[in-house]
Design a protein around this ligand. Structure first.
Ligand SMILES: [Zn+2]
Length: 130
């Protein structure tokens, strides 16, 4: 097994690896100003480009902890070259989820139902944010 190496220390899959240790620009939800509005986007944690097609992106779980209540950081990446680069940098397999499923779970866990989303989306269309 390959191990990520940070500052001369070899990290194995059981070390709690902080994303910022290996990738300085994570948590890539950003706001782009567009037509006078604030438009949130997700940027790829590897290439820093906007993810504009959720079906071609993934959420990578950085933790190898599966105990109840365990919390882990996540990377949002394009599938293919970018998720392969993430695995190379962390030196191991990273459990992953389709980005579209990940975002649905985020919305669900924030109590944002499809009905609430439709209401908000209609408002956004009316002001031209989408
Ligand atoms: Zn990318």
């Amino acid at each position: 097994m390959k191990f990520a190496e940070v500052d001369g220390r070899k990290l194995n899959g059981y070390n709690r690896i902080n994303a910022a240790t290996i990738l300085p620009n994570t948590n890539m939800i950003r706001i782009i100003k567009k037509q006078g509005e604030s438009c949130p986007i997700i940027k790829c944690d590897i290439c820093q480009e906007a993810i504009t097609d959720a079906s071609n992106a993934a959420a990578l779980d950085l933790s190898m902890e599966y105990n109840e209540g365990a919390e882990s950081e996540v990377l949002h990446v394009h599938k293919g070259k970018c998720d392969e680069e993430a695995k190379r940098r962390f030196g191991r397999f990273l459990p992953w989820t389709e980005l579209s499923d990940h975002l649905i779970w985020v919305a669900h866990n924030a109590d944002l139902s499809p009905a609430k989303m439709q209401t908000r989306q209609k408002m956004m269309r009316e002001i031209g944010a989408l």
